[in-house]
Design a protein around this ligand. Sequence first.
Ligand SMILES: *Cc1c(COP(=O)(O)O)cnc(C)c1O
Length: 353
Amino acid sequence: MTRRLWSDFVSELEPYVPGEQPRVDNLVKLNTNENPYGPSPQVAEAIKTELGDELRLYPPPNADRLKQAIADYHKVDVKQVFVGNGSDEVLAHAFNGLFRHGKPLLFPDITYSFYPVYCGLYEIEERKIPLTDDFEITVDDYLVPNGGIIFPNPNAPTGRLLPLDSIASLLRRNRDSVVCVDEAYIDFGGDSAIALVEEFDNLLVIQTLSKSRSLAGLRLGFAIGHPELIEALERIKNSFNSYPVSRLAIAGGVAAFADEDYFQQTCEAVIASRVTLVEALERLDFEVIPSAANFALARHPDYSGEYLMSALRERNIIVRHFGAARIEQFLRITVGTPQQIALLLAALEEIIV
Ligand SMILES: *Cc1c(COP(=O)(O)O)cnc(C)c1O
């Protein structure tokens, strides 16, 4: 095609590059932080029940059942809940609806790489605030004029957790713009900032069912915050796609929140495996950043991240390597099952001589 049909805007976008999803047998897939355990069996049951004639009908536009299940679970009012197709969509609406103020959005220099992509899409100026040498967030560095603040907690891809009292302190001293805490990994070892939503009307907490509830393939995420923040997200959603969450996703999501035992057991299993993984990596001389998530960021003093990633790949094990500044020596390894971790460690012992 020789004619130029793209707008300049599209030509200049720098889209997000997701971790790969190869279809290879016996692959040990530790690259995209999915849960190694399947979703609660009750989720599949609920989806099966939903499969029928009703699929000819649009889903309820407000996903009321799912919102109510989330509100009940987190003990908030349903007016404080927004749901979307994965937290990436919820984040998109938050950027579009809450961060376009002509002032920079603040986020850590090492963080979820979708944030700069959304800044490009929604033409938001960004200002990256450096983490410390140990990859910690320094709250005081965020007390500068801003059109919003966002960070994952635990941070990704570092895994480091910012304690709740530091988040409260940031909120207390930054009342005039929205602070968004992206809690994709909070269930693996932290206290949710949802506890602060009543106190701070400028706090938006975003969570996903992709990680701790093993439903990455169903695409469900949600936000909890002051009803006025939620209303902004609803206004964006209803100007974009007013039926975002499918009937199957609503049914599966409700079932996921109902099976608390399964949720607790699988989270505990992942946390126990993280401990095993970190200890074993340290025995192999890796430096491991303390993680409260379902992954670990680690580097070896003698082997580059890129080399280790390729050597593992030759052995059918995939982990994530980021070319970005400050973390190019690191591997981000998703916590798998005990068996997957054993395979990873056996491979590393072979590679590291
Ligand atoms: C995985 C992840 C998300 C996106 O999850 P969805 O699958 O879109 O719900 C959002 N933020 C962070 C930091 C993540 O790691």
